[in-house]
Design a protein around this ligand. Sequence first.
Ligand SMILES: NC(=O)c1ccc[n+]([C@@H]2O[C@H](COP(=O)([O-])OP(=O)(O)OC[C@H]3O[C@@H](n4cnc5c(N)ncnc54)[C@H](O)[C@@H]3O)[C@@H](O)[C@H]2O)c1
Length: 318
Amino acid sequence: MAESEMIGGRPAAEPGDATGDATVAGMAGMAGVAGVAGSSRAAAAPRGASGPQLEGKVALVTGAASGIGHATAVRLHSAGARLALLDLDDAGGSAAESQLGGLFVHADVGQPADWARAVDRVVSELGRIDIVHLNAGVTTPEADLTAITDEQYRRICAANIDGVFFGARAVVPAMEAGGGGAIVVTASIAGLTAFSPDPVYTLTKHAVVTFVRALAPQLSSKNITINAICPGLVDTPLLGPDARELAAAANFPLIPVTDVAEAVYGRVIASETGQAFVCQVSREPTAYRFAGVPGPGGGAAGRTPPEGLAGEEERRRR
Ligand SMILES: NC(=O)c1ccc[n+]([C@@H]2O[C@H](COP(=O)([O-])OP(=O)(O)OC[C@H]3O[C@@H](n4cnc5c(N)ncnc54)[C@H](O)[C@@H]3O)[C@@H](O)[C@H]2O)c1
């Protein structure tokens, strides 16, 4: 794979310290979609694997040709969902389509026109969209701020940020028309910590974690959950040889890609929304608890902004 798609030199920052105190403070209390595999390419799990079934549901996965997206497609397929597989990689996307059925759509997630075309095609050929995994993403090959080119910066923002915004905007009307569903965004531990080996990657992942949290209340009214998953180092082609070597030398375990797929599936069938779930080796996905921010002081101490101007922490403090 291209060097620009690899996590560069060093392992992720202190994953064991990233979770804070766990809480599963669900905000919306709705049904998700419940009513309704160690290598970069997971083998197709047998149909009828354990857990609630997704027969009759359509799942759209971006970055489905490789790694976490492919493993998630396998997991959702095993639960009975029909798949829309979006990727830039035609060979990998077509291979996934041959393996899992459904529909491969060539799409650049950073391009709004590609989203319009993809959603139209999925709805016309598969009939609906219930589950969406906004997962496609890249890293920069460069940690040095002054060496990052405009093109490298635009490329990572397009895939990691635009891909989530344009994706969510494009799929929500179709999901709402079908009665609701679940969106899961692949962020990263780098969306919760300051991952110095790739500051621009860190910027993009923090952006989508906070977007998910801010968007959740308005999607609740449409019966759509949205959550982020925040994995540490996952065993996929995104991890370059340098990162792998450093992890191995430190005896630091990589997360099997099937564990991350299981975490995505867990979000699809659960009712929580607006949460960022930390995924680490040998740990149940854990909702990260964000610290509160200080409010006004002086004579205004204790006051909170009015409902229409309050952030999530402030709303929870009421
Ligand atoms: N591997 C890790 O250690 C790790 C850790 C935390 C988060 N993540 C995140 O997981 C997600 C998936 O990464 P992965 O590890 O499976 O990597 P991967 O390289 O194996 O797969 C990424 C897929 O996304 C596709 N893609 C990239 N840009 C695209 C675009 N603009 N439009 C459409 N498709 C595009 C690629 O072709 C590829 O098939 C990314 O968002 C990544 O940031 C990865």
